[in-house]
Design a protein around this ligand. Structure first.
Ligand code: NAP
Length: 482
């Protein structure tokens, strides 16, 4: 099965930071895949901008190499040539005066104009200011901004204020690429497209919810950046928070940007503060082929966490008393992102105590092998009485739907096309980001205030022992990561 392609209007896209890592690994390969799929019209214009002095040819080669390395798709020479024909490069310093006139001349007044700020957030203000001074912002313009959107409530508010000076909220697209993942959108389809689940989706039937995002990689060459953030800022405040919102929110009236974002915001505002004994932080130890966290970030006394687990509660009518356990970390035993909705035990077992405890669970896998599994209880086949076992009803989307490899757009390419379409449903609104920081800040400030030291954990494990205890002391268990 091939996904249905609805071409977008032709556009002018300006990528600031066009020589950077994100542009090379995600933006250009993603755009090329949409071009190949027929979604990006041939008369669209992509202008790369950065401070480096590059000829058009050198820039073309840079983009060609990034496509060959990261697009993960077969293509003909002609396709690549046609795509590269849509590209131009301009030397522009976000904080300088040169290049803006050329940019203005290169843009077409009647076209959708998208500015992708793939640069340090410290440059967002001067970029917005330069675009304004040079009268490049039109009513049909929009900007895409990358995470991190601030490092606390104060800085996120400052960023929102800076951007609001020259852009309206409906022109600002704050990317959280998790929202562009197919399964994340499926989460809404599963919840609100089926009659089956929603009646059970509340404190009466749900025992608890687990959200796990585990990585096998370490900090790599982002050590310095990562050590200034840690798992809480890098993953929980944005990605895991978004998953939590989608799983916990009330059904929006319509699948429209503000309806969805209003409901997500209500969840964030209903989050309780997290007690210190409901938080576990960790730092990974050395492995056979890598150093420990502190060596990796080149800071022998680093107090930054590469792992965090939290017990979170939501004070509202639907979720009162239901724990949400969330965890994320680096150098864990497997790469996995999943949400498990674990249902309560039956009020009474007609099979007697010897049948044991059995809880249904709905598992939504984001990666790898996007799909859903429903743990159901059945009779163990064979003689010997009524013995019950739990078996998974498993559906891997690519197998079930016969989706061809690479037919589904990856998160970035889908989100860029949404920017062109002007659909903000899968982007974070300013008040959402601020509310997420308002909940996160006291947790981080508490660590600093108390001088909390992250617990060491073995590389390739499920994280610190205390994270397992967090659930065990409440008679629950994390699902296996492996
Ligand atoms: P990067 O590799 O350091 O690239 C930065 C880019 O900005 C380069 O093209 C650089 O080119 C350009 N630049 C720097 N100073 C500039 C200036 N004064 N004026 C114009 N251009 C300037 O960074 P990145 O990893 O691509 O990240 C870009 C943004 O995406 C950051 O906000 C980052 O937090 C975010 N992000 C990145 C990733 C990722 O996987 N890489 C993931 C999520 C979010 P010149 O030096 O030639 O100017």
């Amino acid at each position: 099965m091939v996904s249905r392609i609805i071409p977008v209007e032709s556009f002018d896209l300006i990528i600031f930071g066009a020589t950077g890592d994100l542009a090379k690994r995600k933006i250009f390969p993603g755009l090329f895949r949409r071009f190949l799929a027929g979604q990006m019209p041939n008369d669209s214009k992509i202008i790369g901008a950065a401070r480096s002095n590059l000829s058009q040819n050198t820039f073309s080669v840079l983009v060609e190499n990034s496509i060959k390395s990261f697009a993960e798709i077969k293509f003909e020479k002609n396709d690549l040539r046609d795509f590269l024909n849509c590209l131009n490069y301009l030397q522009i310093d976000a904080a300088g005066a040169g290049g803006w006139n050329e940019l203005k001349k290169a843009l077409r007044p009647e076209k959708i104009r998208a500015f992708y700020f793939s640069v340090s957030p410290l440059l967002f203000g001067s970029l917005a200011e330069r675009l304004h001074e040079n009268e490049i912002i039109t009513a049909n313009s929009r900007i895409v901004v990358e995470k991190p959107f601030g490092r606390n409530l104060e800085t996120s508010k400052q960023l929102n204020t800076i951007l609001a000076e020259h852009f309206t909220e409906d022109q600002i697209y704050r990317i959280d690429h998790y929202l562009g993942k197919e399964t994340v959108q499926n989460l809404m389809a599963i919840r609100f497209g089926n009659m089956l689940f929603e009646p059970l989706w509340n404190a009466q039937y749900v025992d608890h919810i687990q959200i796990t995002v585990s990585e096998t990689v370490g900090v790599g060459d982002r050590g310095e950046y990562y050590d200034r953030s840690g798992a809480m800022r890098d993953m929980v405040q944005n990605h895991l928070m978004q998953l939590l919102c989608l799983i916990a929110m009330e059904p929006p009236a319509r699948f429209e940007p503000d309806s969805v974002r209003d409901e997500k915001l209500k969840v964030i505002r209903a989050l309780d503060p997290v007690a210190p004994h409901h938080i576990v932080r960790g730092q990974y130890g050395p492995g056979s082929d890598h150093s420990d966290y502190r060596t990796g970030v080149n800071k022998s006394n680093s107090m930054t966490e590469s792992f965090v687990a939290l017990k979170v509660s939501i004070s509202n009518y639907r979720w009162a008393g239901v724990p949400f356990y969330i965890r994320t970390g680096k150098r864990l035993e497997a790469r996995k992102s999943e949400i498990a909705v674990v249902f309560k035990e039956k009020p009474h077992s007609i099979f007697g105590p010897e049948a044991g405890n059995h809880q249904n669970a709905l598992i939504i896998r984001l990666q790898p092998d996007e799909g859903i599994t429903m743990d159901v209880t059945i009779k163990e086949p064979g003689p010997g009485g009524m013995r019950l076992i739990d078996v998974p009803l498993d559906m891997t989307f690519s197998e079930t739907l016969g989706i061809e490899e690479n037919a589904v757009p990856d998160a970035y390419e889908r989100l860029i096309m949404d920017v062109i379409r002007g659909n903000q449903t899968l982007f974070m609104r300013g008040d959402e980001v601020e509310a997420a920081w308002a909940w996160t800040d006291p947790i981080i400030n508490g660590w600093i205030h108390r001088g909390d030291v992250p617990k060491p954990y073995d590389s390739g494990s499920a994280g610190p022992q205390d994270s397992l205890t967090l659930l065990e002391r409440e008679g629950r268990k994390w699902r296996e990561i492996l």
